[in-house]
Design a protein around this ligand. Structure first.
Ligand SMILES: Cc1cc2nc3c(=O)[nH]c(=O)nc-3n(C[C@H](O)[C@H](O)[C@H](O)COP(=O)(O)OP(=O)(O)OC[C@H]3O[C@@H](n4cnc5c(N)ncnc54)[C@H](O)[C@@H]3O)c2cc1C
Length: 334
């Protein structure tokens, strides 16, 4: 690993050198990164990225680590975490100002008891998806209940277009603020200017700072009941309490797979329970690879590749990965 850069004390926000990333992922697998940086406002994040650019450090962004496999044991550069960007606001004055501020003004914080007719929320990149589900039903806003039980942050959900088979996070997006790490430029984009697809927000290397989501007013009790029911169904079908990175593969074109999802394809080939070291295909759901002990990134990746090869051989279907990989020492990300 390269020696620590001399910019150590110059970060414009909290920064930790030689930080272990494993505990910050839901799979609990990850290497040690040269710098882990934790801005507490979008402005600090922009400043941290500018600092990394000046120091010629490679930049990666980490949300809740819920769809991520970190393969190498050592990672050069810096990882910007959105852990401290956990804020949700009502957009009271957004139309007037239109700017994303680091402080509360001109945005007002969400308080469920304060009545507002505006069916929108402003969320910073580190806002938690489960907090969003709760806030939305408490305010009587329909549109977040399908995220019930989905871990991670809003920035990760924008990057992944998290959701279900027929619904994605971007369905609720009105606009986003994006930072281009190469130039430092922050742009505000309307939903119509973006091109999200199934499980891919197509951020094209940009960092999501915040977004405005638009919902439909609805009955609070009905929404809570629906969110509870989605959570119950999810817990029954998926290994949500195990250490995983969520679904490893996207569902293939139903015409090629006779309507079978990726998990069913893996299941039908008898691959559930397959192991490589401590990495194991979940016995409960073929689309989840578990860390059943002290699995390494290499073991998890090896198992993923083996399953892909077996599916390809047996069905001719090329499974596309949903899980993001931080794979190579020189920054390759899938
Ligand atoms: C038990 C379990 C169940 C799950 N169920 C679902 C489900 O039903 N539906 C679903 O879609 N997903 C599901 N997932 C996957 C995961 O919850 C989502 O993909 C979630 O959106 C990931 O968000 P995150 O903040 O954890 O992203 P991370 O895992 O931290 O990052 C994922 C990718 O997004 C990038 N990224 C993160 N933040 C930003 C940002 N601010 N700007 C730009 N890029 C960024 C990262 O660099 C990385 O490439 C599940 C995961 C688990 C563990």
């Amino acid at each position: 690993m390269e020696s620590v850069k001399s910019c150590s004390s110059d970060w414009p926000c909290a920064a930790l050198s030689s930080a272990d990333l494993g505990p910050r992922t839901t799979l609990k697998v990850g290497g040690v990164v040269e710098w882990l940086v934790e801005p507490k406002s979008p402005e600090e994040l922009v400043a941290a990225v500018a600092h990394a650019r000046e120091a010629e450090l490679e930049v990666r962004v980490l949300g809740g680590g819920a769809n991520l496999l970190i393969v190498p044991e050592e990672l050069p550069g810096c990882v910007i975490s959105t852990e401290l960007l956990n804020r949700t606001f009502r957009p009271t004055d957004l139309e007037a100002g239109g700017e994303l501020e680091g402080s509360d003004a001109p945005l007002s914080r969400v308080a469920p008891e304060v009545v507002s007719d505006d069916p929108r929320l402003v969320l910073w990149a580190g806002a938690r998806l489960q907090g969003l589900v709760r806030t939305a039903y408490q305010l009587g806003l329909r549109g977040a209940e399908l995220l019930s039980g989905v871990p991670g942050h809003v920035g990760g959900a924008l990057a992944m277009n998290a959701g279900s088979r027929d619904w994605g996070f971007w369905d609720q997006v009105e606009r986003v603020w994006l930072l281009d790490p190469a130039t430092g430029e922050v742009s505000e984009r309307a939903r119509e200017e973006c091109s999200p697809t199934y499980r891919n927000g197509h951020l094209e290397g940009k960092i999501a700072l915040a977004c405005v989501l638009r919902f439909e007013p609805d009955d609070k009790a009905v929404l809570k009941a629906e969110a509870d029911e989605y959570l119950r169904a999810k817990c029954a079908a998926q290994p949500v309490t195990e250490r995983s990175a969520g679904c490893v593969w996207k569902n293939p074109d139903p015409e090629l797979s006779d309507g079978r999802g990726a998990g069913k394809l893996v299941d039908d080939l008898g691959l559930t329970g397959l192991r490589r070291g401590d990495a194991m295909v979940s016995p409960q759901h073929g689309n989840f690879v578990l860390n059943a002990g002290g699995a390494t990134g290499g073991e998890v990746l090896g198992l993923i590749e083996e399953v892909e090869a077996r599916v390809r051989e047996a069905t001719g279907i090329e499974l596309a990965r949903e899980v993001c990989l931080w794979e190579s020492m020189n920054g390759g990300e899938e």
